[in-house]
Design a binder for this molecule. Structure first.
Ligand SMILES: O=c1[nH]cnc2c(O)cc(-c3ccc(F)cc3)c(-c3ccc(F)cc3)c12
Ligand SMILES: [Mg+2]
Length: 217
């Protein structure tokens, strides 16, 4: 079959979701993952916690590391205020291409910017090239070994302010070696762990970690 799983998911979304309706795109993607093929979306319990964070925080500037097909980008952006924006970084060009289509299908292309580059390179240029002053919300959902590298880089760039939230997926499966020790051991964060089901798998447990930045500006 010449198509990839991500292309098949996009095809399904284009055929079954309502254009311009983020909720429909998410519901349809969940249906695809439950009935056709599993995909690594921060969905269900993970998505519910993400929704809660966005609704409570009302972030103006959000950064997501690891776009994949754009599911969580749509999930975040659908709850953002009119002038708020999400920058999401995806190193894999095939995933980024699908994500851009999913974002367009949801009608959120004015709120979401998908960048097909390495996260470290973009983080270093957020202030100068991407017109960012501070990040209100960071969602870590890319490669487990990069969580600690990138959070340190974000701190180095002084991109966090008191109250900024760093939300990390997969801290149990597959785990984020070093990240949990680092963030829980840091005096600059107040962290909370949530035990959740692994996306679309009722018999597997994963974990997400919500860390509020309390350190110096
Ligand atoms: O890489 C991921 N990035 C962001 N979120 C992920 C997620 O929510 C789940 C998984 C995941 C998939 C299958 C499995 F059996 C266990 C875990 C992965 C992942 C991990 C290692 C891999 F080798 C390939 C995929 C990611
Ligand atoms: Mg994940």
């Amino acid at each position: 079959k010449g198509t990839t799983r991500e292309q098949r998911a996009l095809k399904y979304l284009k055929e079954h979701a309502r254009q311009g309706d983020p909720d429909s795109v998410l519901e349809t993607f969940d249906e695809f993952c439950r009935t056709q093929e599993w995909a690594m979306n921060a969905a269900e319990e993970k998505g519910d916690i993400l929704d809660e964070i966005v609704r409570e925080l009302q972030p103006t500037t959000c950064l997501e590391l690891g776009t994949y097909c754009g599911y969580s980008a749509v999930r975040i952006a659908r709850n953002l205020s009119p002038s708020a924006r999400l920058i999401t970084i995806e190193v894999n060009p095939d995933y980024a291409a699908v994500a851009r289509e999913v974002v367009k299908l949801a009608g959120l292309q004015d709120k979401i910017e998908v960048i097909n580059l390495d996260s470290a390179d973009v983080i270093r240029e957020l202030k100068t090239k991407y017109d960012v002053t501070k990040l209100d919300l960071v969602f870590l959902d890319h490669w487990k070994y990069l969580y600690i590298r990138d959070i340190k880089l974000i701190e180095e760039e002084k991109l966090l302010k008191k109250g900024s939230v760093v939300f990390a997926d997969n801290v149990i499966i597959p785990g984020a070696p070093g990240y949990l020790e680092y963030i829980r051991g840091s005096k600059n964060y107040k962290s909370t762990f949530y035990s959740v089901h692994f996306e679309y798998m009722d018999d597997m447990k994963d974990g997400v970690e919500k860390s509020v930045y309390i350190g110096d500006e």
